[in-house]
Design a protein around this ligand. Structure first.
Ligand code: GNR
Ligand code: NI
Length: 173
């Protein structure tokens, strides 16, 4: 397993729509394992393949925050939202591609999601709480959308400028 480099916004690859997976191959499972390792290392609660420059519809997540509970590493291929609740919940969201920037985003509080697992089996689950927020944030990445796209233009622009500066500093070493 390998820790992959996470792309920082702004990057054209983070705005692209990722392609559906045709079959869940061993290579794609290895990709998901790299993504989980990269996510845990960061640390984060989710990661989408476009964040490591792979434009395929693959996400991973583990929203178990309590260190006394067992972890739940999930790999979802071609995830789709089948249903979203009318009631919304607000989370102070962050993104590994937009380091150290947080903002409140409203999203459906509960969602029903369908996906293919590592074995290519179709799964469905009803997500609530942080899991619901996270899975929507990750599926947005597959559609080239970032949480800052929900913010007012001025706030979004402020964050983007900070990221341009951060990337310039990172590039200079
Ligand atoms: O680690 C992450 N935390 C987080 C917090 C609130 C809402 C969404 C997230 S996802 C984020 C990791 C990430 O950038 N995934 O794409
Ligand atoms: Ni993100």
């Amino acid at each position: 397993m390998t820790i992959r480099q996470i792309l920082i916004h702004p990057d054209p690859r983070l705005k692209m729509v990722a392609k559906p997976v045709t079959t869940v191959t061993d290579d794609l499972c290895a990709l998901a394992d790299d993504m989980l390792q990269t996510m845990y290392d960061a640390p984060g609660i989710g990661l989408a393949a476009p964040q490591i420059g792979v434009l395929q519809r693959v996400i991973v997540m583990d929203c178990v925050k309590d260190p006394d509970l067992p972890p739940r590493p999930m790999a979802l291929f071609n995830p789709e939202i089948l249903w979203a609740s009318d009631d919304l919940s607000t989370y102070d969201e962050g993104c590994l591609s937009i380091p150290e920037q947080y903002a409140e985003v409203d999203r459906p509080a509960e969602v029903r999601v369908r996906w293919l697992d590592r074995n290519g089996a179709q799964c469905e689950e009803h997500f609530t709480g942080l899991w619901a927020t996270c899975v929507q944030h990750e599926i947005d990445h597959l559609n080239g959308k970032l949480f800052i796209d929900y913010l007012k233009p001025l706030k979004r622009q402020m964050i983007t400028r900070k990221m341009v500066k951060l990337k310039r500093e990172l590039a200079r070493g």
